[in-house]
Design a protein around this ligand. Sequence first.
Ligand code: DGJ
Length: 749
Amino acid sequence: MTPTRRPAEHPVLAPVPDRTHRIHLRSAGVSVVLDVTDGRAPAIPHWGADLGELSANDLDAVCESAVEAAVNNAVDVPVRLGILPAQADGWLGRPGLTGSRPDGSGWAPRLHTEAITLDGQPLTATHVQSGPGRVVIKLADEPQSLAVELTLEPLDSGLLRVRGTVTNTGETPYALDELTVALPVPARASELLDFAGRWARERTPQRSTFGVGTHLRENRRGRTGADSAHVLHAGTPGVGFSHGEVWGVHLGFSGNHRHLAEQVNTGTKILAGGEMLTAGEVVLDPDASYTSPWLYATYGAGLDQAAHRFHRFLRSREHHVSTRRPVTLNVWEAVYFDHDLARLRDLADRAAELGVERYVLDDGWFGSRRDDHSGLGDWVVSAEVWPDGLSPLIDHVTDLGMEFGLWFEPEMVNEDSEVARAHPEWILGPDSEQLPVESRHQQVLNLTIPGAYEHVKNQILALLDEYDIGYIKWDQNRDLLEAATRATGRAATHEQTLAAYRLMDELKAAHPGLEIEACASGGARVDLGVLEHTDRVWVSDCIDPLERQLMNRWTSQLLPLELMGSHIASGRSHTTGRLHTLSFRGLTALFGHLGIEWDLAQASEAELTELRAWIALYKEQRELLFTGDLVRVDRGEDVQWMYGVLSPGRDQGLFVLAAVDRQGTSQHARLTFPGLDPAARYRLRPLIIGERPHGLNAPAWWQRAEEQDGIVLPGGVLTTSGLAAPLLDPEQGVLLSLTREHGDTSSPR
Ligand code: DGJ
């Protein structure tokens, strides 16, 4: 088949001088300069620190001076790195847009700019300076019958997000391989920081040199993955929380995807990301389009600032959660599959008495689901375990003043289930004869089949209609393998991901106010795509506070604390076997959306008293925690980690000092509090809940602070010279609160 080609309006890549636009977009200390010279595809000569006001001449100079010298033994013109890098521009790294037609053509598009709009208005001026908004660039390759729309949004937080839509304007199908958008980073960004992980150890940081070649983080799990790159950063050597410069990208998508950092042999460096499509998965018929997920891009003077941009963006969304995140009790680690009404009601009584505000019944309430081998996919209350339905529990919970939440895993089935027996064709698999290898004894329901989608939607809606359910814990416990529609063998992950999002939206639309938690074997679905449809993530199935110190620290590189489920579990961790004090468990969980996941019937009176105090403290501090700026303190190799939040006006702060290991041979770094107002005076109070931390050996200032309701010091001193650190045994911690002194600023010394 030969595609019928529409006539070209312009000779491809011939300069169109009246189509030169240079756009400077500034937001919150970040500048992005867009260069469309002579109608070529857009390039970004600068993305990074704010360049200040630029005149038309300045803007020309920025664009022109970014053009590299043409190197020897390469193409005869300077290579131009587009947002969609292309061979037509001399780029020999990874291309941005690839695909093909049945005759093999179409794999190397030559796009030129046709038109640009800024906030919906056609752009006519050659030089434009603007703030946050939306730039849409329409591109076309007429001979190859492709049209592309690139959207760039510099957001109020200084975050930039970019995505592309490709449309097949020809008359033969266009099989899309990849639409990956790329952003340039400067030569000094010579170090990479991204994340790895596995079940119960999500978001483990890894640093490496940014050298020639591609650092490619591909994910073909059909979910974000416990090992996702999370945010792929390039930074100046040794970039820390508050020093150095860093550029980072995150793809807002929960299906197969890739993040990459690439340096070509002449030194040019990019960060890029896009959905990873399987062969034949997206074939565009004439006039059909595909839109890529948003690639979010952050720049920061240090990792904290880069994180703040994500946090501020997420907090600015209309549907963002309130700061009164309810204290949650999840019954999973308390009872697992042992659903006994009396026991669960007793747990509810104990929870309510402590001040818990939301009670979540986890896996095991439906169908034949008495363990994880059976019943998944049958969203009907088990008559065997719940002869009177869920009302006896739900009414009890709501009468106690708590909201009720229920666990679902809408995308999954056990082969041993009513639904899988009735509709084996609704399972994702390579063909109608075979199924993929099981994982946690389960398979994936093909939500791209309308009947399957409606079935699961209606079963869930029936429960939401019947019962007072304000919250869904939406789980997803396996990777997708050989994920195809069985009847055709066609890969389905792309559509499946969108169908899961659609189902979330439809449930929420039918039940306004319904919250959804995104969980996937713990924290294998943490991304800004799923967070457009959900209200928090479950960070990890590992609630061991030592492990959580690490995982929460880095999950917050993307998410503000209120979106991170953070529980206090029993003294001995179920996933690691380690024992921890309640104090260490409490102060670790405090910096997140607090929950309890512990059989409270096994807790001693002393533990319950302390737990009550942690819950009370969380309620007192949640406004600060969920509006404040996260501060992670650079302390070199110190095994005492320090982090906290500062209120936006810098009037209040709450910090934690956590010993994540035994002290080695070096002295602890002093305690410093970056970000305070240097001109203000602050009262600093150590805050100890429950048992005094083991091995607390306090310096003199600390002892005085405990005797005198804190010590008062200038912000500049606290930020710069700091205070001697207390000694702590490993896996112990302390809290420190800061309050700006108003009026009388005389220090009790
Ligand atoms: C995995 C989740 O992460 C757990 O919290 C729990 O909900 C189980 N699934 C239930 O099967």
